[in-house]
Design a protein around this ligand. Structure first.
Ligand SMILES: Cc1cc2nc3c(=O)[nH]c(=O)nc-3n(C[C@H](O)[C@H](O)[C@H](O)COP(=O)(O)OP(=O)(O)OC[C@H]3O[C@@H](n4cnc5c(N)ncnc54)[C@H](O)[C@@H]3O)c2cc1C
Ligand SMILES: NC(=O)c1ccc[n+]([C@@H]2O[C@H](COP(=O)([O-])OP(=O)(O)OC[C@H]3O[C@@H](n4cnc5c(N)ncnc54)[C@H](OP(=O)(O)O)[C@@H]3O)[C@@H](O)[C@H]2O)c1
Length: 441
C-alpha cells in the first residue's frame, strides 16, 4: 500500500493514486501494530505464568522477535502525526531504515512468516527499481523570484515523458538533489541521500516543467536556494513523478455549476494551473468562465511575479474572474541583493510591485463573504471548492463552506495541503460530501 510507483499492483487494481492508498497503509499499519502488541504481551504472560521467562527470552528466535517488536514500536511511534509535524525527516528516515531492517529480521523469527517477508521485500525492491527508472535528471535553470524567498526551478523533460506532466494540471513531483548539485560541505553519505521533497508542477511547456518553491529552513530548499548563485551553470536535479490525485478529479466543468479556487502564497503552484485549465476548457466549450472564481492571497505583488512571466498566457490582473490580495504591504523577505549595493534588485522589485495590482484588495480576503456570494446564486447549484495554501486559510475556508454543506448544499471539496496530513484526508474521504465533517478535521 505504501508503494508510490505507477506500477503498484493495488494502484492499478483499484485505478487509484498512491495518495489515496496511503491512508489505508496507515490504518493497516495501526491494526498490525495492535495485533503485534497482543502477540508480544500474551506470549510474555504465558512465559511468566509457566515460569519459563529466562529460558525463552534467551532463545535466538525470541531475541529476534523482541528486537523486531521494539524496532516496529519506534517505527509506529515516530509515524504519529505529532512527530511527523515536529520533524518530518526523523519520521521519514526512521520509517525507511526500520522498515527495511525489520523485514529480514522477521524471516528468522518464525518460518511461517517467510513467504510474506520475501513477498514484501520483493515488492519494495520492485517499487524502488520502478521509481528509479521513472526518475528524470535534468540540467535545471534555478533563479530567484525577485524580492521574495521563492525560487523558480525549470527542468528539461524528454519529449517521451513530458506528456505525462501535461496530462493534468496540479500534479506534483518528488525532487532529489544529486551529489553534483549539493553544497560542498554536504559530506558523504549526506542527508540529501534520503530526501525526496514534494513540489507541485507550476508550469509545463513542450520541453520543461517549472517548480516554484519557498526557501525554508530545511536542507532541500536551502540547497536549491544556493544554486541560484550559479549564473551560468545548469546543475543536475532529479525529479520523480508526476504524482497526485488531480488526474482523477471529476469533470468539474460539466458536473458543477460553480467552481471556487482559493490559493494562499506558493499554494498557487497547484491552483493556478488548474484555473488556467478550467478557464481554457470553458472557453473551448464556448461557455463563459463566469462560473469560475480564483482567489489568490499573497504577501506582496512580488510573490506573484513568477506567474506573470508566461508570455502566451492572458494577464491575471485583467481577468475579472481572478482576485489578487496583498496582505503585508511590501515583500517582507526582501531584498536579497544580487549586486554589491542591492540597487538593481530593488529597482526590479519596485517595478514588479508597481505592475502587479491587488485587484481584490490589500488585506486578507474575506472568505466568508466570498463563499456566501458563490452559494447564494441558487439553492440547486452544485459547487466545487479547491484550496491550497497555509493551513489556517484552508481551515477557515472549510468552516465557511461547511456551514452551507451542513444546510444540505452539494459540495465537492478538495484541500491539497491535506496530503501532508493524510489521516485527516481519510476521514474526509469517508463521507460522500466530505465537507460534512468539519469538526472532525
Ligand atoms: C504534494 C505537495 C506539494 C507541494 N508543493 C510545493 C510547492 O509547489 N512549492 C513549495 O514551496 N512547497 C510545496 N510543498 C511544500 C514542500 O514540500 C516543503 O515546503 C518542502 O519539502 C520543504 O523542504 P525543506 O528542505 O525546506 O524542509 P524539510 O525539512 O525537508 O521538510 C519540511 C516539511 O516539508 C514536508 N515534506 C518534506 N518531505 C516530504 C515528503 N517526502 N512528503 C510529504 N511532505 C514532505 C513536511 O511537512 C516537512 O515537515 C508541497 C508539499 C506537498 C505535500
Ligand atoms: N500541493 C501542496 O500540497 C502544496 C503546494 C504548494 C504549497 N503548499 C503549501 O502551501 C503553503 C503556502 O505557504 P506560503 O508560505 O506561501 O504562505 P504565506 O505566504 O504564509 O501566506 C499566503 C497568504 O495566505 C494568507 N492567509 C494565511 N492564513 C489566512 C487565513 N486564515 N485567511 C485568509 N488568508 C490567509 C496570508 O496572509 P498573511 O500575510 O496575513 O498571513 C498570505 O497572504 C505552505 O504550507 C506550503 O507547504 C502545498
Amino acid at each position: 500500500m505504501a508503494m508510490k510507483s505507477v506500477y503498484s499492483p493495488l494502484r492499478l487494481a483499484f485505478r487509484t493514486s498512491h495518495e489515496k492508498l496511503n491512508p489505508w497503509h496507515r490504518i493497516s499499519g495501526r491494526i498490525i501494530y495492535f495485533l503485534l502488541l497482543n502477540h508480544a504481551t500474551w506470549y510474555l504472560n504465558y512465559f511468566i505464568q509457566n515460569g519459563i521467562v529466562y529460558k525463552r527470552l534467551t532463545e535466538f528466535i525470541i531475541i529476534i522477535g523482541i528486537t523486531s517488536f521494539l524496532g516496529i514500536t519506534v517505527l509506529f511511534s515516530t509515524a504519529l502525526e505529532v512527530v511527523r509535524r515536529w520533524n518530518y525527516r526523523l519520521f521519514f528516515v526512521l520509517h525507511f531504515i526500520l522498515g527495511l531492517w525489520t523485514l529480514p529480521m522477521l524471516i528468522f523469527h518464525v518460518k511461517e512468516l517467510r513467504p510474506y517477508m520475501v513477498e514484501a521485500l520483493a515488492l519494495l525492491f520492485f517499487d524502488l527499481v520502478c521509481r528509479k527508472m521513472d526518475t528524470i535528471t535534468g540540467h535545471a535553470t534555478v533563479t530567484t523570484v525577485t524580492g521574495t524567498k521563492l525560487v523558480k526551478v525549470k527542468i528539461p523533460v524528454p519529449p517521451t515523458k513530458i506528456y505525462r506532466f501535461a496530462a493534468a494540471p496540479g500534479q506534483h513531483v518528488y525532487l532529489f538533489i544529486p551529489s553534483e548539485s549539493r553544497p560542498s560541505n554536504a559530506g558523504y553519505p549526506s542527508i540529501h541521500d534520503l530526501l525526496f521533497n514534494p513540489f507541485t508542477v507550476a508550469e509545463v511547456s513542450s520541453t520543461d516543467v517549472t517548480l516554484v518553491m519557498r526557501t525554508g529552513s530545511g536542507p532541500t530548499t536551502l540547497a536549491i536556494d544556493r544554486l541560484t548563485s550559479l549564473t551560468k551553470a545548469k546543475p543536475p536535479i532529479d525529479i520523480e513523478g508526476p504524482y497526485g490525485t488531480a488526474k482523477r478529479f471529476p469533470d468539474l466543468v460539466d458536473s458543477y455549476d460553480r467552481i471556487l479556487l482559493v490559493a494562499g502564497g506558493v499554494g498557487a503552484t497547484f491552483i493556478l494551473p488548474i484555473y488556467r485549465h478550467l478557464r481554457d476548457e470553458m472557453e473551448g466549450e464556448s461557455t463563459s468562465p463566469d462560473r469560475l472564481k480564483f482567489i489568490w492571497s499573497m504577501r506582496s505583488g512580488a510573490e506573484a511575479s513568477w506567474a506573470f512571466d508566461t508570455p502566451a498566457e492572458p494577464s491575471l490582473e485583467d481577468d475579472e474572474h481572478v482576485k489578487i490580495y496583498f496582505t503585508r504591504g511590501n515583500a517582507d523577505d526582501r531584498p536579497r541583493s544580487q549586486t554589491a549595493d542591492g540597487s538593481v534588485e530593488l529597482d526590479d522589485l519596485q517595478q514588479v510591485e508597481k505592475t502587479i495590482k491587488a485587484t481584490g484588495g490589500k488585506a486578507r480576503p474575506d472568505l466568508k463573504k466570498i463563499v456566501d456570494e458563490i452559494f447564494r446564486f441558487g439553492n440547486e447549484e452544485r459547487i466545487a471548492v479547491l484550496v491550497c495554501g497555509p493551513q489556517g486559510l484552508a481551515r477557515d475556508l472549510r468552516k465557511h463552506v461547511g456551514s452551507w454543506a451542513m444546510n444540505g448544499r452539494e459540495v465537492w471539496w478538495h484541500d491539497e495541503t491535506l496530503y501532508a496530513y493524510i489521516f485527516s484526508y481519510f476521514l474526509a474521504s469517508l463521507s460522500v460530501f466530505p465537507i460534512r465533517l468539519p469538526t472532525m478535521i
